[in-house]
Ligand binder design. Structure first.
Ligand code: ATP
Length: 305
């Protein structure tokens, strides 16, 4: 049916995250290696005649008004293109919230793509990325997806080749960490250990998985561990179960491990569920766009309707 659309919005992790400096306007200049993973939220969008945006979600504590990034993305496109019809949106969250996995940003990215398809607007990709950057620094990446180097405040993107096949174990502890807290407590000085992002990019280009995992690092991690030592414990447990390496994603609190064996990742996941009582535990593959010749099949995020 032409009046509705189903979309999937993938989460990301940071294989590497460095903060170069704090700009005078308060933003932080970053250098990050981003990787989309196959953990996703589902969004359905349907035109309505009442002229309103009506958003519902499976999580009662999430805002369903302008505070939700999905709402804002839809509103922005409606305004820019003078659309009078309303949209009913159902958002089913699976990505942990406030966890360093760009959950809100990826939902907004899907909403931008969805509006473009639903109303046949033919908005060019670069224009869509511009709108997205205006709403949030990570949203353009979430539209682009895959493996990428992200610079500036997150809006300067360089696509990279897919990382070699592997499995991600994602563990979101029961506590959340405020991004604001982490950045406020981050001190950058000569003692700061910066991850080797350039080396990681070279390893990705060379298809060298252990070259990538040996360079995993997140400059925000020590700040988080000081306040939440459980992050360090989770990292150690993942290594004990055979992860090539483990890291906190973004500003936390999610920790992920990269495994070459699916079995080992699953065994570790069972440990976290049973022994630690953590409920948000996932074993997923990385998501990368299909090779060019298959681009037609991968173009739309639509998964039905
Ligand atoms: P990032 O990795 O970009 O720092 P995050 O994973 O830390 O993101 P989100 O899950 O995007 O954080 O949510 C942070 C806050 O944004 C939540 O507390 C929530 O109230 C608000 N929010 C707005 N829209 C959404 C959305 N669609 N999904 C989740 N949270 C949203």
């Amino acid at each position: 049916m032409d009046n509705s659309l189903g979309l999937i919005a993938f989460a990301k992790v940071n294989l590497g995250l460095d903060v170069i400096r704090r700009r005078e306007d308060g933003y932080h200049e970053v250098k990050m290696v981003m990787q989309t993973i196959k953990l996703y939220d589902q969004i359905t969008m349907e035109k309505n005649d009442c002229g309103e945006i009506r958003l519902t979600t499976n999580l009662p504590y999430l805002p369903v008004n302008k505070k939700n990034l999905v709402y804002r993305a839809v509103d922005l496109i409606r305004e820019k293109y003078g659309i009078s019809e309303g949209v009913d949106i159902r958002l089913t969250k699976h990505i942990p919230v406030a966890a360093g996995m760009a959950g809100g940003s990826t939902d907004a990215a899907a909403a931008f793509v969805g509006m473009n398809q639903l109303f046949h607007l033919n908005i060019r990709q670069d224009t869509l990325l511009e709108y997205a950057a205006g709403l949030g620094a990570d949203i353009p990446y979430c539209i682009m997806r895959g493996t990428a180097l992200s610079e500036g405040i997150g809006e300067i993107l360089t696509p990279l080749p897919p990382i070699p096949a592997c499995w991600f174990l994602v563990v979101k502890p029961s506590f959340s960490i405020s991004t604001k807290y982490i950045y406020e407590h981050l001190t950058l000085n000569e003692d700061t250990v910066h991850p080797d992002i350039d080396g990681m990019v070279d390893a990705i280009r060379a298809g060298d998985l252990t070259g990538v995992t040996s360079r995993m690092g997140n400059v925000l991690e020590d700040v988080a561990i000081k306040e939440y030592p459980q992050i360090a414990t989770i990292k150690e447990e993942m290594i004990r179960f055979g992860a090539l390496n483990s890291l906190m994603s973004g500003s936390g609190s999610t920790v992920f491990g990269i495994f070459s064996s699916r079995e080992a990742a699953l065994e570790a996941s069972r440990f976290f569920r049973k022994q630690t009582g953590i409920r948000q535990v996932h074993v997923v593959r990385p998501f990368n766009k299909l090779p060019r010749r298959h681009a037609g099949a991968d173009r739309g995020e639509g998964i039905g309707s």
